[in-house]
Write a protein that binds this ligand. Sequence first.
Ligand code: GDP
Ligand code: MG
Length: 446
Amino acid sequence: MLDALSERLQNTFRRLGQHGKITEEDLDAALREVRVALLEADVNFKVVRDFIAAVREKALGQEVMKSITPAQQVIAIVHAQLIEILGGDQQPLKRASQGITKILLCGIKGSGKTTLAGRLALHLRSQGMRPLLVATDFERVAATEQLQVLGQQINVAVYSEEKAAPSPQVARRALREAERTGANAVIIDTRGAVALDDGFIDELAALADEVDPTEVLIVVDSMTGQEAVNLAKEFHEAVEGTGIVVTKVDSDARGGAVLSVRSVTGLPVKFITTGERLEALETFHPDRFASRVLGMGDVVTLVEKAKAAIGERDAKEMTRRMSRGEFDLEDFLQQMQQVKKMGSLAGLMEMMPGLGGLKQQLGGATLDDSYFKQSEAIVQSMTLAERHRPDILNGSRRRRIANGSGTTPADVNRLLNQFTQAKKLMQAMTSNKGGGAGGLRRMLGF
Ligand code: GDP
Ligand code: MG
């Protein structure tokens, strides 16, 4: 995600910083490039215009050009301005002060509402709430079933009705069901239209009137860019939204929707989703997202993901083994599986400061998830003794493993080299002595 935009901005600032000092002309040339980059990323033209004007004014006002590190200062101003257009502080999901928290999801067909319903249920449950999912889409044959399957998958109750009924009535009965079963959050999935015609808007407005929602989240598919942003504005005018969720950010190299939607609608982005897996829901933090746009990485989100995927206890045990140098191929395999749980490798690299660029250098081939599959297959073709003591892996064992995993001895060697390097790096990072000085441990918070 964001690859194209991020790369262009980084190139622009690299050039700007080359000669140390910069003139007003240099600044304007760089801002012209930023402007083109943002427009090509499909950011709304008014948002771009205001953005460039604000950055220019601040840069000139702060006499950036006279400082010793003008390029860095321009980047800092751009960063701050990005945070501002993304909405400033993070806006948490509202909770009802008493009674049931009611979340209404709306958006056009295919924007990702139903999937989001499941994701929010997981999210709320992880915060100790008891969610109930509500199906109100009778138009698409399999819509109710899709939600039921999701509910089963994550073990969250789903309220649905067999016979088609007006959605306000369904919602009223669903709320009664929530009270009866002690659910304290309902997530109402709605039908999506292709366009916002009157019938659709009236139905949605009636539903909102009936429910009196705590949150009306407008779901925006980032792949459809400005069109989605304009639709979000129309939705907001029709039903008074309270927040935005931008979906499919993983499939969007440009980022225009995320960067425009706040300014165009005035509503805060509360979440983004970054993959097909249910876990791929991220609380939206304007500052972290701005860092990602500028290729500065997002370590905080990375660590949060790691904690969620690995679990505090396993992480502690793993770090202990790493620091003692006991880390073996069995651990390596386990770790790969955990990284897989955290999302795509390419997405993770983007959050590592300085690694965004590396991704381009390495090219897609080494970084898609088939890399994991191959590595897993290799380790799984080893005996337990071999996994614990990789030093016994001589030529004939390596050939056997290559055959067993459908790879080549060169692949096996590559994996073993990576393992050795990872082991060294981890020992350095986790030990209390040495250069890493427990950096990883501190990062993970224990
Ligand atoms: P709805 O019609 O608004 O209910 O949309 P769905 O929830 O059924 O989603 C439509 C399609 O988008 C499904 O195939 C989802 O798997 C996919 N999808 C949803 N969110 C994401 C995302 O963040 N990333 C990707 N790659 N696909 C997504
Ligand atoms: Mg749906």
